[in-house]
Design a binder for this molecule. Structure first.
Ligand code: SR1
Ligand code: MG
Length: 406
């Protein structure tokens, strides 16, 4: 029998069962536990434990010492603490939008949390061309509550600085600094570029020094602007969804950074779903419907985010200077500018960089995949270069439509 005392090791399925029985007070003594490792992310191990007898289930997420995607990334398993603590905080700030957490173990670097198997990973559902009409309302509430309410606009400044310290996340931030802001924009050996896109990347991205300069400015903004407590990796693989419920998972990249980082990630990943629909569905009404649904969702997210942000500001701002005329509009404009820039960075890095997205890589026909990738890269560049000019949801959608026509 495995003893869980003072030594950390990465568990297998059998050890996860023993861990649940001996270390957690969750299952009944007569539980008949089964376990499956279901993680398909880039970093961690996710064990789903089921007690058929009493109809109960649980997730145990464990951080390993290296990333699953590549052992080049040696990462402190302390990221599991960050994930647990931020889920506790987000449960207060945005109740109902994150899984409940039951236990954190600092020796085994694992967290026990609610099983959300009645939901589907949003990327998978969108690739099956499903629609979620409540998503834009849910995700904008989540983002406004977690981003604005953790900023200096609302929080007492010393308390906020305490959170900045608590959620300093150097190793995971370094992954984003490298994979999002740096590597995609030069001919980095770690990039993985689809053959049909290579020439475009060489000429339009790596050969564009003006674009490189803008990405340098954005990288330094990301590293130095402690504006809001971000989720930090808010793509559609970090969202569990069903028709009436949205749950945001995997906040291990959380840290204090520019608020637009989260919003931009959501928008870019809806654009990946859009090109997936465009190039994997047969021409016809269903395809038009799916693409229109995604356009409308992008537009609604930007516009609802703005409305809810301004309303929450009026209701919750505590900072005296935040009440001066014109400041909230100025501040929101900077968030929209960063949203556009990050939309562009995420669109570029998932096409050129190491960590790709299935929405695009699953497009089987090579010409269609290259066409989809060029839309993402052209739009990405436009969002970065013209980032000051995106003020409404319609602005985001019309940039995408312009790039489709090229
Ligand atoms: C080495 S981790 C690669 C990517 O997976 C995560 O989900 C983040 O998006 C990261 O950039
Ligand atoms: Mg993740």
């Amino acid at each position: 029998m495995t003893v869980f005392t003072s030594a950390y090791f990465t568990m297998n399925e059998q050890e996860a069962i023993e861990y649940a029985k001996t270390r957690l007070d969750y299952f009944a003594p007569d539980a008949e536990l089964e376990c499956k490792e279901i993680g398909d992310g880039n970093l961690n191990y996710v064990f789903k434990l089921t007690d058929q007898k009493n109809n109960k289930s649980l997730i145990i997420k464990q951080a390993g010492p290296v990333a699953r995607i590549s052992d080049e990334f040696k990462l402190s398993p302390d990221r599991n603490r960050i994930e647990f603590e931020i889920l506790e905080l987000q449960n207060k700030l945005a109740q109902g939008f994150v899984p409940k957490v039951y236990n954190y173990d600092p020796i085994m670097n694992c967290t026990a949390m609610e099983d959300l198997s009645d939901h589907t990973i949003m990327r998978t559902a969108l690739m099956q061309h499903e629609k979620f009409p409540l998503f834009s309302d849910h995700i904008t509430t989540f983002m406004v509550n977690t981003l604005l309410l953790t900023s200096d606009v609302v929080m007492e400044h010393k308390e906020k600085k305490g959170l900045v310290q608590k959620f300093t996340n150097p190793e995971l931030c370094e992954i984003s600094e490298d994979l999002v802001f740096t590597e995609p924009f030069y001919h980095c050996p770690r990039n993985e570029v689809f053959e049909g896109t290579r020439e475009f990347a060489q000429e339009e991205i790596w050969g564009d020094s003006k674009l490189q300069l803008e990405t340098a400015k954005l990288k330094f903004e990301f590293m130095t602007n402690t504006q809001s407590l971000l989720h930090g990796d808010l793509h559609t693989g970090s969202i569990f969804i069903k028709k009436d419920s949205t749950k945001i998972i995997d906040p291990e990249f959380a840290f204090y950074g520019p608020a637009g980082y989260d919003v931009g990630n959501v928008i870019a990943n809806l654009i990946f779903a859009y090109v997936n629909a465009k190039y994997t569905m047969a021409e016809g009404e269903a395809r038009t419907d799916q693409m229109e649904y995604l356009e409308n969702t992008i537009e609604d997210i930007v516009d609802l985010f703005k409305d809810k942000f301004l309303k929450a500001w009026d209701e919750k701002a505590t900072e005296q200077a935040a009440r001066y005329e014109g400041f909230k509009e100025y501040y929101l404009d900077t968030v929209l500018r960063d949203t556009a820039a990050v939309t562009g960075l995420e669109l570029s890095r998932r096409i050129i960089g190491l960590a790709s997205v299935k929405d695009v890589t699953s497009i089987e026909d090579p010409n269609s995949r290259a066409a989809a990738e060029k839309i993402c890269l052209s739009a990405g560049k436009m969002f970065i270069m013209d980032r000051e000019s995106f003020k409404t949801g319609a602005d985001f959608v019309s940039a995408l439509k312009d790039c489709e026509k090229r």
